[in-house]
Design a binder for this molecule. Structure first.
Ligand code: ADP
Length: 228
């Protein structure tokens, strides 16, 4: 599903954020990416959805070679993956329904199909009853549910999340994790950067630890391995 081969990322300011990473992630895996702040986790993840381009190396996702992908093909790539952020990134002027429908409208789905898919997805993440509300009328946890719905409504094969519970209280974080579990059980590959030690040590999955831009640990059913 995801193949990285000897990937480096040096930012224009000279910082080497990713310093030679090779990794394979198989279809259907759930992988946590952990490590101290500044280790390169976000950069690693951003290269997967082509927000950043590696300085060196190759990245293949679902058969698409990202490093040579033309800029005008990036939207095509993004439609095959769901991306979820710590700060939700919903469009404030659109309702919950519209925020999720937006992802389908750009690919010109039939309106009846859009409505059906959006409502099914909102139901899956437990926020169907708030479909007509606006993001600022929702709690953080509810906004994250909407953002997850938006990311999966296209049925992507892979979902990439950068600190999805970073802005949420512990109880809400567990609720959000159960949605990711459900998505993964349905066969979607999940890659998640997180600082949430409790979650990583309780809901066991593969753990990739990054320090100073390199993979220092890669374990099936691994531990968080850091304090706090
Ligand atoms: P993490 O997600 O593990 O906190 P990041 O990937 O955000 O790590 O950052 C890794 C390193 O790259 C840090 O030293 C950070 O300051 C630097 N960095 C991140 N983004 C940029 C950028 N756009 N330009 C320059 N340096 C950056």
């Amino acid at each position: 599903m995801i193949e990285m081969q000897d990937v480096y990322k040096k930012y224009p300011n000279g910082v080497v954020a990713v310093n030679g990473i090779s990794v394979n992630i198989e279809p259907g895996e759930f992988v946590y990416v952990v490590g101290p702040s500044g280790a390169g986790k976000s950069t690693f993840i951003k290269m997967m959805y082509r927000e950043e381009v590696p300085t060196k190396g190759n990245i293949k996702i679902n058969g698409i070679e990202l490093t040579t992908l033309k800029e005008n093909k990036v939207p095509l790539l993004r439609r095959q993956m769901g991306v979820i952020f710590q700060d939700f990134k919903l469009l404030p002027s659109l309702t919950v329904f519209e925020n999720v429908a937006f992802a389908l409208e750009v690919i010109e789905e039939h309106p009846d199909q859009i409505k059906k898919k959006v409502m099914q997805t909102l139901d899956l993440v437990g926020i169907k009853h708030k479909a007509r509300m606006f993001p600022n009328e929702l709690s953080g946890g509810e906004q994250q549910r909407v953002s997850i719905a938006r990311s999966i409504v296209n049925s992507p094969k892979v979902v990439i999340a950068d600190e999805p519970t970073g802005n949420l209280d512990p109880d809400t974080s567990w609720d959000i994790m159960s949605i990711f579990e459900e998505i993964n059980l349905r066969g979607t590959t999940v890659l998640m950067a997180t600082h949430n030690k409790e979650i990583v040590n309780t809901i066991k999955h593969r753990v990739i630890a990054i320090e100073a831009g390199q993979i220092v640990r890669d374990e099936q059913r691994g531990e968080y391995g850091y304090e706090g």
